[in-house]
Design a protein around this ligand. Structure first.
Ligand code: ZN
Length: 201
């Protein structure tokens, strides 16, 4: 339900019923019925959001972004201006697929301006995708990913700075955060130990 703590610009069209408190939706944005938008989001001018789209909390969607059916955005994601999502990998005019191909952007990830996300990929936790990148494959957690087609070029901290390798299984950031390779995936050391304590309770 859209509560009083939601700001919708008088020139926006919001047809969905579920927008979390603190969210702002700016001019010429259009949100279709069925879309789920979390708390404290900022949906900027000229965004278009279809009905089968879920957006978590604290998400920023900069100007001119279309989120098509089957796109899911987790909490704390930044989507730069004019990022292009897709949901059909065999597009032809007037031919509709049986179902759209899902795309998942995981918690904390950032997508640079004008990058293109080919349908069916998962963008990992806190991944940093450079401006103009064409993403044709899954992006690992914390990866610094750019180019055309995009590749893993390094790793980024939660704070967005580039991580330095201490050895092959450990990376550190100048902000003090540490990362470890566990079962083939990079994890934030402080977060992993917090999770362990929670599980042992
Ligand atoms: Zn850092």
């Amino acid at each position: 339900v859209i509560g009083p703590a939601v700001y919708v610009h008088p020139s926006a069209i919001v047809e969905c019923d579920t927008v979390g408190p603190g969210t702002r939706i700016w001019a010429f944005a259009h949100v279709l019925k069925g879309a789920l938008i979390g708390r404290n989001c900022n949906i900027c001018d000229h965004c278009f959001i279809e009905g089968n789209v879920r957006i978590g909390d604290n998400v920023t969607v900069k100007t001119g972004v279309s989120l098509w059916d089957s796109v899911t955005i987790e909490d704390d994601v930044f989507i730069g201006p004019c990022v292009a999502f897709t949901n059909d990998i065999y597009p032809r005019s007037k031919r509709y697929p049986e179902r759209y191909v899902p795309t998942l952007v995981r918690k904390g990830a950032s997508l640079g301006a004008n990058c293109t996300i080919v349908a069916g990929v998962t963008i990992g936790v806190y991944a940093m995708v450079g401006a103009g990148t064409v993403v044709t494959r899954d992006v690992p957690d914390f990866a610094l990913f750019y180019g055309n087609p995009g590749r893993v070029r390094g790793y980024a901290c939660k704070c967005a700075k580039v991580l330095r390798f201490a050895n092959r299984r450990r990376m550190t950031c100048e902000c003090g955060e540490g990362y470890q390779l566990r079962k083939g995936a990079w994890v934030n050391v402080a977060e992993a130990s917090r999770d362990r304590i929670r599980q042992s309770r």
